[in-house]
Ligand binder design. Structure first.
Ligand code: SF4
Ligand code: SF4
Length: 143
């Protein structure tokens, strides 16, 4: 049974998380994927005032058939990461909005604790209640 469907997940009392000003660690540093839908590609391209096909040529790679990710630089940083943080923050992909409430991070207390090594916002600040987390996980599973 997954954490999202369990009647009493480990995070039943909620978790604390607040993104830390000036931090960009989840936007790079190691190889990974930032999945983007066609709608997100169109929204980000419009925000950057680029034709969608040009934006895609420059910044998107097809990983599997029809599954696209933002490109990353040689150092692992997302191609859209700028000096001041995400260069497309108002229209950043849903995956970025959902972090750190990803299935692989919320699957266990140990995974949540381990992710603290990457994200200094985990375990501090705003309280996020279990119903919201379950809803977030369900939406990601249904996507
Ligand atoms: S690693 Fe955590 S604190 Fe840093 S930018 Fe990402 S979400 Fe925010
Ligand atoms: S799109 Fe923005 S928030 Fe998402 S990984 Fe790239 S720089 Fe970070």
């Amino acid at each position: 049974m997954s954490a999202a469907s369990a009647s009493s997940p480990w995070y039943k009392s909620g978790v604390q998380f607040s993104c830390q000003s000036g931090c960009t660690r989840c936007c790079g540093g190691e190889p990974g994927y930032v999945w983007v839908t066609e709608l997100e590609i169109a929204q980000i391209a419009a925000f950057m005032k680029l034709p969608p096909d040009e934006f895609e040529r420059l910044h998107v790679r097809e990983v599997y058939r029809g599954q696209k990710s933002l490109r990353e630089r040689k150092n692992g940083d997302c191609v859209l990461l700028g000096d001041g943080g995400c260069g497309v923050y108002p229209v950043r992909p849903q995956q970025c909005r959902d972090y750190p409430f990803w299935p692989e991070v919320l699957k266990s207390w140990a995974a949540w604790e381990k992710e603290k090594q990457r994200c200094p916002g985990i375990g501090v600040g705003e309280k996020h209640e279990a119903p919201k987390l379950i809803e977030l996980l369900k939406r990601q599973a249904d996507a």
